[in-house]
Design a protein around this ligand. Structure first.
Ligand SMILES: *Cc1c(COP(=O)(O)O)cnc(C)c1O
Length: 386
């Protein structure tokens, strides 16, 4: 063979038998078959063997299996991000003429997809009060094909009575989907509470270091597996094996990170609750959070994200000054990494609350909590002393 051919068809290979503690990063689009007769193109690789890299290399499938095991799911699909997971769920269960229900407190881009993309496809997404509980049955129509839950809700942190919503949905055989990102798939047991589809932005706690974007869609049974899997293959939702390898590493420290984040966030939330100028602390483990009783009943713990609402007497520009004068807390989106973050929502719209310009969401990181309290204390004094 010419050396140019040899570059592509080599006869050498590294010796086999290398056993390490890490899952190898398998990259690959083409999958080789031994004979023409064996060629298939089936997305169900866990059942029928590898067919194409789009449906996941062994690194991707391993991450899916690890999340499935952790959540107690029937199967877990890995997708490019949390928002991709939300889109996949909508498209798996809704078609033209479908009606879906979504809490008013859902992750903002979920609402935006509903009003934009889905409205254009003839799918009606109706917002509901997150505290509705079993009254959700009054909103169910013959065309309702999906009920979203997100608990706690984004930014305002309302904890939902998910089992009550599930009970109503079951009477009509409607799947309940949960955005379980806050709980990292572990602090709230979605499947034990009757949810049929549980999604996570793995970007947050599983990644854990603000350096990757990934999502997961876990399903409770074979029927939902077929519906979601078929749609995922239509959409070609491939993910990077390198990112999956980082997420697999993140999983190894998820337990210790969550324990530390919970303790630090609680210490800081309790301290903030005693500070003048703060009307309310919206942390699921505090009784001042709507739905706290459901958190106490259904959750194993709390995580790193919560919000504070400033007193009406404090002008919006002072709240801006507070955020700007924080030093350890950086200003930025997303959460679940090692760095503390703060962000103000100047135009936040929620039906019964007037929190616009008064609500700051905090994500506590892995810094020493006493240093974080000192940072908050200094920023509060700097912006509120006349
Ligand atoms: C961040 C987030 C998402 C979106 O995840 P990405 O990976 O950033 O697309 C979805 N739901 C919730 C609750 C989130 O916080």
């Amino acid at each position: 063979m010419h050396w140019r051919t040899n570059l592509i068809h080599s006869e050498t290979a590294a010796p086999s038998g290398f056993k390490s503690l890490c899952t190898p990063v398998y990259r690959g689009s083409t999958v080789l078959f031994s004979t023409q007769a064996e060629v298939t193109d089936d997305w169900r690789q866990s059942q029928f063997g590898y067919t194409y890299g789009l449906y996941g290399t062994p690194t991707v499938l391993e991450l899916g299996l690890r999340i499935k095991e952790l959540e107690g799911a029937h199967h877990t699909f890995i997708v490019p991000g949390g928002q991709a997971a939300i889109a996949l769920v909508y498209l798996a269960f809704c078609k033209m003429g479908s009606h879906a229900l979504i809490p008013t407190t859902a992750y903002g881009p979920n609402r935006e997809m509903a009003d934009g993309l889905l409205a254009g496809l003839g799918i009606e997404v109706e917002p509901y009060d997150p505290m509705i509980g079993k009254q959700i049955s009054q909103l169910i129509r013959p065309t309702t094909s999906l009920i979203w839950t997100e608990s706690p809700g984004s930014i305002t942190m309302e904890v939902q009575d998910v089992p009550a919503i599930v009970a109503s949905a079951r009477e009509h055989d409607i799947p309940v989907a949960l955005d379980n990102t806050y709980s990292a798939g572990v602090l709230f047991d979605a499947f034990a509470h009757g949810v049929e589809v549980s999604i996570q932005a793995l970007t947050k706690f599983v990644g854990g270091h603000s350096d990757l974007l990934l999502g997961s869609v876990s399903v409770a049974n074979a029927r939902r597996y077929e519906q979601v899997g078929m749609t995922a293959s239509y959409l070609g939702m491939a993910v990077s094996p390198d990112d999956c390898s980082l997420a697999l590493r993140g999983l190894q420290t998820l337990g210790v990170r969550l324990a530390q984040l919970e303790a630090s966030a609680l210490q800081i939330a309790n301290w903030l609750a005693t500070q003048p100028g703060i009307e309310r602390v919206l942390h699921p483990a505090l009784p001042t959070c709507p739905g706290h009783q459901f958190w106490a009943r259904d959750f194993e713990g709390s995580s790193s994200v919560f919000s504070i609402v400033f007193d009406r007497s404090i002008s919006p520009d002072r709240v801006v000054a507070f955020v700007d004068s924080l030093r350890l807390f950086k200003i930025g989106m997303s959460w679940g990494g090692v760095t503390s973050l703060a962000i103000l929502y100047p135009r936040l719209q929620r039906p019964d609350t007037d929190y616009a310009g008064r609500l700051v969401r905090l994500n506590v990181g892995l810094e020493d909590p006493n240093d974080l309290i000192a940072d908050l204390h200094r920023a509060l004094s700097a912006s509120f002393t006349p």
